[in-house]
Design a protein around this ligand. Structure first.
Ligand SMILES: [Zn+2]
Length: 262
């Protein structure tokens, strides 16, 4: 028997009456758990529904190939995030987060930080204490960072200059180039010769944008949700983070498209 805390990030029907849920845990990353009779049993319903954080008691079984399968035994809910389920836009955003998690969080590497990021983001989404678009930007960029796609934000990758009025971030390589190096053509153009389409991957960051992107990517966790942005910069930040995810993960998500329709 295994006792483990985790957040349900997806559920799907399995067999006649059962269901399978994906649970994000700090210790094992994402695991798939089979819930016998899970579509009917009242006992298991509440804490095996989407976005419930609970302590689960699971049976572990190894098959002939030595792959571990998990079976639900019982659970004790810790946090239900009720308000998210009552609001179509919040729910759509949370479903997009869950898509990103299932895509990016295959191994247990850094899962503790990823779970912490997710629970904190859902907390603010649930309470309505932060702009939903700000939460989206923070989650997208920080998740990319925690799953191994942190851009190299220390300074220009050619001359090491830390700041400039304008800096350019290559969305594909995650490298920064300062204005002077960009003008000499060393930075951006050298990448362009590799692939003529690469200028599409370059984001222009002014000082405020660079500060904000650095803050989200690098600040200690306790302060991550503690900043405000003007409406104008929030729009720019959202465009940046959305594109960064698209280029780094190499994928567009239907759940994001749906969220943006609402
Ligand atoms: Zn430079």
């Amino acid at each position: 028997m295994l006792t483990i805390k985790g957040l349900v990030i997806s559920e799907r029907d399995s067999g006649e009456t059962g269901k399978a849920v994906t649970i994000l845990t700090a210790e094992l990353g994402c695991i798939s758990v089979y819930v016998r009779g899970g579509r009917k049993s009242k006992k298991s319903v509440s804490s095996t529904q989407l976005f419930c954080y609970a302590e689960f008691s699971l049976e572990e079984k190894r098959d002939a190939k030595n792959v571990t399968h998990y079976y639900y035994n019982s659970s004790e809910p810790i946090r239900m995030f009720y308000e998210i389920r009552l609001d179509a836009k919040k729910l759509a955003l949370a479903c997009y987060f869950s898509d990103l998690l299932r895509y990016a969080c295959e191994s247990a590497e850094n899962a503790e930080e990823i779970l912490r990021l997710t629970l904190n983001t859902l907390h603010f989404l649930d309470k309505g204490e932060r702009d939903v678009e700000l939460l989206r930007a923070i989650f997208e960029l920080r998740l990319a960072c925690e799953t191994g796609y942190r851009p190299d934000l220390i300074g220009c990758h050619i001359c090491y200059k830390a700041e400039d009025e304008l800096m350019y971030l290559n969305m594909r390589t995650g490298q920064l180039t300062c204005s002077a190096c960009a003008e000499t053509g060393e930075g951006i153009t050298s990448v362009q010769t590799e692939n003529p389409d690469d200028d599409r991957f370059t984001a222009e960051l002014d000082a405020t944008m660079l500060y904000t992107v650095r803050f989200i990517a690098l600040v200690e966790f306790d302060r991550l949700f503690s900043f405000r942005l003007s409406e104008r910069y929030l729009v720019r930040l959202n465009t940046f983070c959305e594109n960064y995810i698209r280029y780094q993960f190499g994928k567009r998500f239907d759940t994001l498209r749906f969220y943006k329709l609402l």
